[in-house]
Design a protein around this ligand. Sequence first.
Ligand code: ADP
Length: 473
Amino acid sequence: MTRSDTDIQILLVDDRPENLLALEAILSPLGHTLVRAGSGREALKALLDHDFAVILLDVQLPGMDGYETAALIRSRERSQSTPILFLTAVNTSQHHVFRGYEVGAVDYLLKPIEPAILLSKVSVFVDLYRKALQIRQQAAQLARTIRELEREIEQRQLTEDALQEAQSELERRVRVRTADLSAANEALRREIEVRERAEQELSAALLREQAARERAEKAVRTRDDFLAVASHELKTPLTAIYGNVEILHRRLTADEETSGRNRRSLQVVLHQVLRLSRMVEMLLDSSRIQNGLLTIEIAPFDLAKMTRRVVLEVEPMLERHQINLVIAEEDLITRGDELRMEQVLYNLVNNAIKYSPNGGTVTVRAERRDGAVTVAVADQGIGIPEHDLPHIFERFYRAESAEVSQIAGMGIGLYVVQQVVVLHGGRIEVSSASWEGSTFTITLPAEALAPPALQEEALGQAQPATPVKVDRV
Ligand code: ADP
């Protein structure tokens, strides 16, 4: 900031007003503010409130002279470097001049004052003052700038500290997170190890299981092969034995001389050979089913007639059981392999008797139901536990109970029965509970358009109205 000319003040000290006037007249063209002082005291007073670019000081002042005044001006801090121009008479001695310099004068002007010299000197001091002012202002500005810079540095330091702190916090978190991650990683690695071990154990167990299964399958194949061969080999001699025993039975029965004991023995032999033949036949059927070779010969037949035949055949052999035959009035014509269905029904009746060790009644019921024909065999025997029910039609399955283990059986009868029924397009169902008896029901499609001849035949042999009880012979 530059100061205007009027801001610059010049102190004029002289006890003579005319001198002051003269000075003012010379200096006024400079345009500065000229302050008058009529004595050293007044000059000092003016210096209390103002800064001057230069002081024009008359040496010969009354009271406090110019030297004393100059000395006091210099002693004050505010004015100690304000330039003082002594105004003195031409005849001033060297001694006075030195004294003046000693107390702080910077120059002397001799009276009478030469205006040009005064102007020139004052201008130099004003210039110096201006420059000093400017330097002070620049210094102040510099100090402000420094302060601002310091503040900025401080601010930056604070920011840097905050950043540093944030960075440390971040690093701490990263360390914690890294530790967490490596712990998790370690846990994962252990888990993977455990799993790998478990997988190895599992695959070893799978291999063992596979080997065991292969062995079991091989054993099953060997068994099946053996059963197929054995039953096949047994069938021929058995057929021959059965045929001959039957002839013998017929012959000896006709012979009146045959004793009752012999007849009964022959009857037992015949019955057991028949049983054996059926078992072998069953084994052969099982093998045939396994190999997809079981065939049936389809033809219309009367289920009611067939049922009656089976019951009549079984009935004479019963000792501790009763058998009830319940047959619908109408004929029950269906299509299928009559001999195989007979074998099926025989099996069910035989089981009903076999699994009723305490005796009781076996009821065989043949009827028409919902457009189909059914034959059901119900007993009052040991029944079948619920958990065995889903399995009893599986090959070689036998219920796991003490009662069953005491009853002879191979576990293939129901398997063959179900397969034959399914081949006929029918189904077999069982309802049973332990010690509440069992009921096996076979359902076959009814033959809608049976040939008239067969219908006649079926009708011709129709039995009395149901229920029919066939008494023991
Ligand atoms: P087997 O009688 O030769 O054992 P089956 O295939 O005929 O074989 O029967 C399979 C199993 O079903 C039998 O072992 C027995 O546990 C059970 N079972 C079959 N019929 C009856 C029934 N009427 N009463 C109780 N359990 C039966």
